[in-house]
Design a protein around this ligand. Structure first.
Ligand SMILES: [Zn+2]
Length: 300
């Protein structure tokens, strides 16, 4: 049970789609809807599409019932300036998204980083349930992370706790959109692996094609994929040495690759600063729903 007598609206804003759910007081799913995120049309259109989606979801709530609204975004709200920072959806950056939405709705909303929403959901009801300190990773087009301690998000002083995706691990590495070079994201995200493959071989393969090529024993794919697993081990092994979490839960498109939980974990063990690393490194249980359910629980 997450909370008492309140309905919960969760909104998960992604780069291409925005999803809404409505949960009742027992966390049962009452309503769910996905719409395309109007990415190219600018801030106002994103703001109004989220507003419209919330209004539509509100219509499913019984009259006089209390409800909360939580929103997961690919960025964070700076606690000092109240502006969105670190967003890879560029048109949200430096905008007072939370304040603008609260003004439109005339009620409070809680806005949280999408990787934090994922980690919260998996900690409360997914693979991380029952573990004290959970590190959640989203490995997809990009790479994000979040920390939950006993079912609560650890935000950190600047709201960036767990943001290992933009930890630079290679000063001579590929340029990252954040302005740094060789970020974890350039090494172990789908986009990063694809870009590295292109830089090395001049061929544009998707992460899925690289994985298939590796499984078939194709030389270039084999090299690229084994490099990727090595980087995964190095980045996560280092992180485990710093945080020593009780469990790591992996989400995002790359979390479906079985190799991560076999060869990948072998390499993590090699890089973490302990001779016998036992940290459970787990595949998520809530799948694509983790982000939007986490957003709903974040609003409480
Ligand atoms: Zn970066």
């Amino acid at each position: 049970m997450i909370s008492g007598n309140t309905f919960k609206i969760g909104i998960d804003m992604g780069g291409t789609k925005t999803e809404a759910v409505l949960l009742d007081t027992e966390d049962r799913l009452l309503f769910r809807k996905r719409i395309p995120t109007p990415g190219q049309e600018g801030y106002e259109s994103i703001l109004h599409s989220v507003y419209g989606l919330i209004r539509e979801t509100c219509r499913m709530i019984p009259e006089n019932a209390g409800y909360t609204i939580g929103i997961g975004i690919p960025g964070i709200i700076d606690s000092e300036t109240r502006l969105v920072t670190n967003a890879n959806t560029v048109c949200l950056t430096d905008r007072p998204f939370q304040d603008d939405l609260e003004a439109l709705l005339n009620r409070p909303v809680r806005v949280e980083n999408d990787a934090n929403c994922f980690t919260l959901a998996e900690s409360l009801k997914g693979a991380g349930k029952g573990y004290g300190l959970v590190f959640g990773i989203i490995m997809g087009t990009g790479c994000g992370g979040g920390i939950c301690i006993n079912g609560k998000i650890r935000k950190g002083m600047h709201g960036i706790a767990g943001e290992w995706g933009h930890f630079s691990v290679d000063t001579r590495g590929a340029a990252c959109y954040c302005g740094r070079q060789g970020c974890v994201e350039t090494k172990i995200s789908g986009g990063g692996v694809e870009a590295a493959f292109y830089a090395r071989y001049g061929a544009r393969l998707t992460m899925t094609e690289i994985l298939e090529g590796y499984r078939k024993g194709e030389n270039r794919c084999r090299t690229a994929f084994l490099d990727f697993l090595e980087e995964f081990g190095r980045c996560l092994g280092g992180l485990i040495s710093v945080l020593d979490p009780d469990a790591v839960v992996i989400g995002g498109g790359l979390s479906n690759m079985d190799e991560l939980y076999g060869l990948g974990i072998q390499r993590v063990r090699r890089y973490a600063f302990h001779p016998n690393i036992r940290t459970p490194i787990l595949k998520n249980q809530l799948g694509d729903s983790a982000g939007v359910f986490g957003a709903a629980w974040v609003g409480v």
